[in-house]
Design a protein around this ligand. Structure first.
Ligand code: BG6
Length: 489
């Protein structure tokens, strides 16, 4: 494979480029992971020169990377940065860009086009790439396109976008990013399940009581209110991140780790999800949301949702999966908790009101990444008292590292290496919308079944979400390890 490679970032003056893409590329460069002959070409409407682009990126890299910014290595990285101004709506600008790329490349080269722009510009960008003959693979070199979320705002628009994409690129050239899949801990779900033998035999309806997938955030919508008010939590978090996590937890073992083998299994799980009953959903908005700039004064947009769903297959029939996510909540935590069934018979002599905490396997995606197993032990010096304790694995201590690589590092590297296993395929995206669309439509059509509730910022969301689980003698787990123990107290 040719090492001569160009990464073209459309939307190079934007937030994502400075905050995520350039720091990730710089880290990869420092680790010697980028192809030898790599260059990064930014494009946006601002009339910058190469020099101005390098200056802006340096400033932002220092700001966002803090101590991790390597000023000694920056000049050699900066020498690989270039800028070509242009508009995504102008075919002529693509032709100019292509000529500039050909000059810089000096011969056959691979190209990764990264669409770090608003979704309203995806179609124009993709059409123009094809029209300017920049999408066709030739001379043994590849052309790939990375598309950020949101990928459509419902199934119909995702389908329409997929057909525009497929008119320009083959599916194997397309990398739809879901940054949750790039998180080390999300990838670890597959290793935990399929590189060990002790978990898989109990990973099913015979032993699992229920599964919780929870992504809680402390931030409110902040300056993104304009976008958020037209989307809401289901489109922003469930259609992509939560359903992707669910598919990793629930999928069958693929025969290989090859991209399509993995994605076939994920798609099968998504297609086995039973339509969600509106009565199994809770939606809420935090108090004060409507005061944010860009939010309609009578906005019905939920900033929190919790729902119960079922996967109708042999492994999971009858096991509830509870998903929840929200903004302005008490703590930031993304975690998956597998709660096992209680022992069928407890022979110990326990007080009548004793409530046995079942085994829980908690996978902490962030922060304090790790895996925890909760189980009962005998309290020393007691006759028959027992207490749950925690067996834990923490990335930080096990691998002696302060922080894990950012998801964008993994994903950029995989896209450069042509490994699409951590990217969503077109059918997964459409299946996920097929699960979410009816809920959003149902909320609009029958608001009385699941009315929009209000919750106080800094809490765990509406009380009704607790009552929802309590009615089945279950409860939300808000954190991993110690946090879980505190929750119990
Ligand atoms: C993004 C959403 O996809 O994910 C944001 O648009 C959300 O609203 C973010 O805050 C959460 O990502 P992370 O990595 O901070 O959990």
């Amino acid at each position: 494979m040719s090492e001569n490679t160009t990464i073209v970032i459309f939307g190079a003056s934007g937030d994502l480029t400075s905050r995520k893409l350039v720091p990730a590329l710089l880290h990869l460069y420092c680790k010697g992971r980028l192809p030898e002959g790599v260059r990064v070409v930014g494009s946006a409407r601002r009339p910058w020169s190469d020099e101005q682009f390098r200056e802006v990126l340096r400033e932002h890299a220092e700001q966002f990377m803090g101590a991790a910014f390597d000023s000694a290595l920056w000049p050699s990285f900066a020498a690989r940065l270039f800028y070509v101004p242009g508009s995504l709506n102008e075919l002529d600008d693509f032709r100019k860009l292509d000529r500039a790329l050909v000059r810089l490349e000096g011969g056959p080269a691979n190209r990764l086009y990264y669409l770090s722009v608003g979704p309203e510009l995806y179609e124009a960008a993709i059409r123009n790439l094809a029209e300017a003959d920049m999408a066709r693979e030739r001379d043994g070199c590849w052309r790939r396109v990375v598309i950020e979320k949101p990928f459509g705002r419902d199934r119909a628009s995702a389908r329409a976008l997929n057909s525009v994409v497929h008119a320009a690129f083959e599916e194997h050239q397309v990398y739809r990013i879901d940054h949750y899949l790039g998180k080390e801990t999300a990838q670890n779900i597959l290793f935990l399940r399929f590189a060990n033998t002790i978990f898989e035999p109990v990973w099913n309806r015979r032993y699992v009581d229920h599964v919780q997938i929870s992504v809680t955030e402390t931030v409110d919508v902040g300056h993104r209110a304009g976008y958020y008010d037209g989307s809401g939590v289901l489109r922003d978090m469930f259609q992509n991140h939560l359903l992707q996590l669910l598919s990793l937890v629930a999928m069958e073992p693929p025969a290989s780790f090859e991209a399509d083998a993995v994605r076939n299994e994920k798609a099968k799980v998504l297609s086995a999800i039973r339509p969600i009953a509106l009565a199994d959903t809770i939606r809420a908005q935090y108090r004060g949301y409507r005061d944010a700039e860009g939010v309609a004064p009578d906005s019905q947009t939920p900033t929190y949702a919790a729902l119960r769903l079922y996967i109708d297959n042999w492994r999971w029939k009858g096991v509830p999966f509870y998903l929840r996510s929200g903004k302005a909540l008490r703590a930031k935590a993304s975690q998956i908790s597998i709660q096992f069934q209680r022992p069928p018979h407890v022979m110990f002599d326990l007080p009548p009101d004793f409530k046995l905490i079942p085994n829980i396997l908690a996978m902490c995606i962030q922060p304090d990444e790790g895996v925890h197993l909760k189980f009962q032990v005998k309290v020393p010096d007691s006759a028959q008292a027992m207490r749950p304790v925690d067996m834990e694995f923490r990335y930080q201590t096990a691998f002696n590292r302060e922080s894990l690589p950012d998801a964008y590092e993994r994903l950029l590297l995989d896209a450069l290496q042509g490994d699409a296993s951590l990217f969503a395929r077109s059918d997964e995206i459409e299946l996920a919308w097929g699960i979410i669309d009816p809920v959003i439509q149902g909320w609009e059509a029958s608001p009385e079944v699941s009315p929009l509730l209000t919750y106080e910022p800094g809490t765990w969301g509406p009380e009704q979400a607790d009552a929802f689980l309590a009615a089945e003698d279950r409860r939300w787990w808000h954190g991993c390890g110690d946090q879980m123990t505190e929750d119990e107290a």
